[in-house]
Design a protein around this ligand. Structure first.
Ligand code: ATR
Length: 271
């Protein structure tokens, strides 16, 4: 049976096995999918052992996305743009290929939520790996302007420098006053119950506030947006399922349906 897995450290909390097993059942694919805890300095060895035992492809999560990027002999444009790989597979020539489906997952989730992306003015908070991976796919989906704001402004400038003039950057205090209709939090602030310290005035035209993190309760950022009167808020649970579906499609050539799996995962996480 073809083997797939998610590699991470830690990995016990990963929802990927549940998601991919649901996809496999739904699309009648004969495959297994496990969670593999790789030693922090031993990703390459762990991957080789997996391939030797029938491994065909994998998802890669914290802290291995950059190591996987370095290990792959063929990289998709998306992976190059993101500087990180979240999906590995062996192609029919036996080459190790690296892709990144995080940005596609975000775009798919925004489309599922009915958000208009064409010509949208988007405020993207954060300038870590999560932010860098989504800029290209958002532009490709037709977003008109992306302003990246980060606590450390320099890091936002570096990402903006990888793109054309549709992407601008600043610190939190000098975000331009424009009608941002979509505000996305790609910082990890929610992990410590904090939020990016931006002025509420940037939410005046916000039709959807989105946080890439997810959990049982709304993140500090989404709670604050709600208090400020933003009508629609969404967390990253849909992005998680959608990026997994893109990886699954790369491996198996069939795109699973998102909704049934999203419902199941939401019930698990939110109750
Ligand atoms: P990831 O790969 O999840 O993006 P990362 O590369 O460590 O993780 O980046 C974390 C991001 O969250 C950074 O943009 C960080 O801001 P700095 O570059 O200024 O460090 C941001 N971040 C983390 N905690 C934050 C907080 N409490 N408020 C605002 N931004 C925060």
């Amino acid at each position: 049976m073809d083997r797939y897995a998610v590699f991470g450290n830690p990995i016990g909390h990963s929802k990927s096995p549940l998601i991919h097993r649901c996809f496999a059942e739904q699309t009648a694919q004969q495959m297994s999918y496990d969670a593999i805890l790789a030693p922090v300095d031993g990703f390459a060895d762990s991957w080789q052992a997996f391939v030797a035992s029938g491994g065909r492809g994998a998802n890669v999560t914290v802290p291995f996305k950059e190591v996987a990027f370095a290990l792959a002999s063929r990289l998709s444009d998306r992976a190059k743009q993101a500087g990180a790989v979240n999906t590995l597979y062996i192609d029919n020539k036996g080459q190790l290929c690296g892709d990144n489906t995080d940005g596609l997952g975000l775009v798919a989730d925004l489309q599922r939520l009915g958000v208009k992306l064409e010509q949208t003015q988007l405020l993207l908070l954060g300038a870590g790996g999560a932010s860098r991976g989504v800029v290209g796919p958002l532009l490709a989906a037709g977003v008109g302007q992306i302003h990246i704001a980060n606590r450390t402004a320099d890091k936002a400038q570096v990402i903006a420098g990888l793109f054309d003039c549709r992407v601008t950057a600043s610190g939190f205090t000098d975000i331009p006053h424009q009608p941002w209709s979509l505000v996305i939090n790609a910082t990890s602030s929610g992990l410590t119950q904090q939020r990016p310290d931006i002025s509420a005035s940037h939410l005046k035209y916000c039709e959807l506030a989105y946080d890439m993190l997810y959990g049982k309760e709304p993140t500090a950022f989404l709670s604050w947006c709600q208090q400020q009167g933003v009508e629609r808020c969404a967390d990253g649970i849909g992005m998680l399922v959608a990026q997994a579906a893109e990886s699954f499609a790369i491996w198996r050539g069939v795109k699973p349906e998102l909704e049934p799996v999203l419902e199941k995962l939401t019930a698990l996480v939110k109750t």
